[in-house]
Design a protein around this ligand. Structure first.
Ligand code: GRG
Length: 298
């Protein structure tokens, strides 16, 4: 498949995700209008939409209608947006910039940021509760279960708790991996699971392959994120590789060094490709997405 074909697909999915998110979010002229404005500020016009892309990529494999996948793409992106709003707050990472603009608690205030995250999380589950989203109610309920587990204490929120506990401490590679499997990996995995559940073709072997793929992609995403952060820090602050300039959180680069982190990224990409190697051409967008995640530069 040509790069142009993938780029076109990616832009199409990003655009339809933007439209779907805008329709799902409460309008600006409905009370409480300040909260609704802040929710729209947090979600719209920003981000790569990697999770919606993964959901649509997996949905293609199981023959899903794109309009159904839009719903689950909104659900996973709303959870992601909530996690970023809360992660940026002073009680967590205390960041003032996100996606090139002031973070929600800076633009509004702490209480609003807290409520934005809460409300986005509820809105995410509301997307999955739509009557007759799928002809099969059991499959629709499975989506709710996957997303609840992925975002709760056995998923993203749990990973964040482990991350906060590990600040300033030296941890093993295994412990770092467990943290990321929960913090970022669980939602990436759920994005693929939910996208795959949208389609009528529910072959257990294919679903297992997609699951393997998503687990590797989750870790790959984090390793690449650590590499990019370290490169950016080195370029802008003159820091040496091996030190995360933002805080004392352990990263794959601090733990393994830059060369080994790059080698690990290449290995995870190969493993991810291998996991879906047997699938037909409908998996090509997922293959291209894996390559995009490794080679992204923003
Ligand atoms: C607050 C419950 C709670 C959880 C926060 C995911 C998370 C857990 C925090 C994000 C912190 C962070 C920057 C992690 C690094 C990897 C990551 C998830 C980066 C941001 O995701 P992208 O690159 O962002 O998909 P965009 O802006 O493109 O959507």
């Amino acid at each position: 498949m040509s790069t142009a074909t993938f780029s076109d697909w990616m832009r199409t999915i990003q655009a339809r995700t933007e439209t779907a998110l805008s329709a799902a979010l409460p309008p600006l002229d409905v009370l409480p209008d300040r909260l609704h404005e802040a929710m729209r500020y947090a979600v719209l016009e920003g981000g790569k939409r990697v999770r919606p892309l993964l959901a649509h990529g997996a949905g293609r494999v199981t023959g899903a209608e794109a309009a159904i996948v839009d719903r689950v793409a909104c659900a996973v992106e709303l959870i992601h947006a909530y996690s970023l709003v809360h992660d940026d707050m002073p009680c967590m990472d205390d960041d003032s910039l996100r996606r090139g603009k002031p973070t929600v608690h800076v633009e509004y205030d702490d209480a609003t940021a807290l409520l934005v995250g809460d409300a986005l999380q509820s809105l995410a589950f509301q997307q999955l509760a739509e009557p007759d989203l799928l002809p099969d109610a059991a499959r629709q309920l499975k989506m709710v279960e996957h997303l609840a587990i992925a975002s709760g204490s056995r998923g993203m929120a749990g990973g964040q708790a482990i991350d906060l506990q590990s600040v300033g401490q030296s941890i093993s590679r295994e412990a770092l991996e467990i943290m990321h499997i929960h913090k970022t990996g669980a939602l990436i995995r759920a994005s693929v699971q939910l996208g795959a559940l949208c389609g009528p073709e529910q072959d257990p072997t294919v679903l297992a392959r997609l699951d393997q793929f998503s687990k590797r992609i989750g870790l790959l995403f984090q390793v690449v994120d650590d590499i990019l952060d370290c490169e950016a820090d080195t370029a802008t602050l003159g820091k040496t590789a091996g030190k995360d300039a933002r805080n004392d959180k352990p990263t794959y680069v601090t733990l393994l060094g830059m060369d080994e982190a790059r080698r690990l990224a290449a290995e995870l990409e190969a493993d991810a490709m291998d996991a879906i190697g047997d699938l037909d051409a409908r998996a090509d967008m997922l293959r291209a997405l894996a390559a995009y995640i490794v080679r992204r530069r923003f």
